[in-house]
Design a protein around this ligand. Structure first.
Ligand SMILES: NC(=O)c1ccc[n+]([C@@H]2O[C@H](COP(=O)([O-])OP(=O)(O)OC[C@H]3O[C@@H](n4cnc5c(N)ncnc54)[C@H](OP(=O)(O)O)[C@@H]3O)[C@@H](O)[C@H]2O)c1
Length: 347
């Protein structure tokens, strides 16, 4: 059994990790931290886990993290990079759900996250945890920087277009119009996520620049091997879980005869968690709720030169905890789908 620790077990991605790992056939939950809820049984805070998780929260100092095989950090930015070195030295693998190990250029990290990077040497070693792009590197990694929720949908949505040797679309003017449910902001109390603020409302935010832009641009450029230009507009929608990303790309004249549906089906043919839907489909966020699936539909309105790609995922699963478990499975040589076979919850 793989001994797993979670730092930050009282947040939304922490409880999602607990839900997935409690049912994982090869995992023994060993340590779960909260600074505020030290001593509280997990099931007292999350009644959904009663009968599944018998641990209590403890402070990070008291938790036996170095006795684990792998530790997940479901914490704000800056926490994992302060503790990763000690854990790695003790032979513990680390999977960070925050941004500490995502962005390779420390100057870019420091600009967007407003803090110095405390371990650039570990950043060099860290692997970006997007299995559909980086599976082989993840297999041998000790340290994973998991993608953000929006970046997962944007990168997998654009990947088949950019992974070809030659450009098929205008790569300098990609557009991502993305909508997220409120759990994307975490469980901390903030005015903009109050019921009276977020429900019955729909708004864009971060248009002039959002932290997920540099990460996504870095990932798309790695896939393409060329420079790309991306406009990313996130929106907050009044639902709890889910991301719906509508991606736009203008087809180049020389690529007009490409069968884009076939291109997507071929690209993802062996991926257990990516579903390329039949032509004309409109994927819904509820069709992936609480599952690690990401569904994609490829459209070419009126047969014209604008490609419209629809992508849905659950931000807490394929956008965070589920992707982390998928990486863990790969790192430990397990079946990649172990503990991740849940059917989405609908309605
Ligand atoms: N929500 C999403 O959809 C999503 C998706 C992808 C990635 N992420 C990323 O995943 C991370 C966690 O997100 P979340 O939404 O689960 O956040 P959250 O709901 O705000 O939970 C944060 C957790 O971290 C703990 N924590 C806070 N400061 C800490 C510190 N200095 N040391 C140790 N523990 C600390 C908190 O517990 P205590 O304060 O009691 O210790 C809490 O359990 C974030 O970096 C976020 O950007 C979130």
């Amino acid at each position: 059994m793989i001994k797993v620790g979670i730092v930050g077990g009282t947040g939304y991605t922490g409880v999602e990790l607990l839900r997935l790992l409690a049912a994982h056939p090869q995992v023994q939950l060993t340590a779960i931290t909260s600074r505020k809820e030290d001593g509280m049984p997990v099931a007292d805070m999350f009644p959904s886990l009663r009968g599944y998780v018998s641990l209590a929260f403890s402070t990070p100092e008291k938790a036996k993290l170095t006795e684990c095989d792998v530790v997940f950090f479901a914490t704000p930015h800056g926490v994992a990079m302060a503790q990763a070195r000690e854990l790695l030295a003790a032979g513990v693998k680390v999977i960070d759900l925050a941004a500490d190990f995502r962005i390779k250029d420390t100057a870019v990290f420091e600009k967007w996250y407003g803090m110095p990077h405390s371990c650039p040497d570990l950043l060099d070693e860290a692997v970006y945890g997007l299995p559909e792009v980086n599976r082989e590197a993840i297999r041998n990694a000790r340290l994973i920087g998991l993608p953000g929720c929006y970046p997962t949908s944007m990168q997998l949505g654009f990947a088949p277009l950019l992974a070809q040797g030659k450009a098929l679309v205008n790569e300098s003017a990609l557009i991502a119009d993305c909508k997220s449910g409120v759990s994307g902001a975490g469980r901390k109390a903030e005015v903009h996520t109050l019921l009276a603020e977020a429900s019955d409302n729909f708004k864009a935010y971060g248009v002039k620049g959002h932290r997920h832009l540099p990460e996504t641009t870095q990932g798309l450029q790695a896939i393409a091997g060329r420079k790309i230009g991306l406009t990313f507009v996130p929106h907050l929608v009044p639902m709890i879980r889910g991301i719906h990303s509508t991606l736009y790309a203008t087809i180049l004249p020389e690529a007009r005869n490409t069968d884009f549906q076939a291109l997507y089906e071929q690209h993802f043919r062996n991926e257990p968690f990516v579903d390329v839907m039949p032509p004309g489909s409109h994927p819904e966020t509820r069709s992936v709720r609480a599952s690690n699936k990401l569904r994609i539909a490829v459209h070419r309105p009126e047969g014209g030169d604008l490609l419209v790609i629809l992508v849905v995922e659950d931000n807490l699963v394929k956008g965070a905890a589920g992707q982390g478990v998928q990486c863990m499975n790969i790192m430990f040589g397990l079946d990649e789908t172990a503990g991740l076979k849940q059917v989405p919850v609908l309605p």
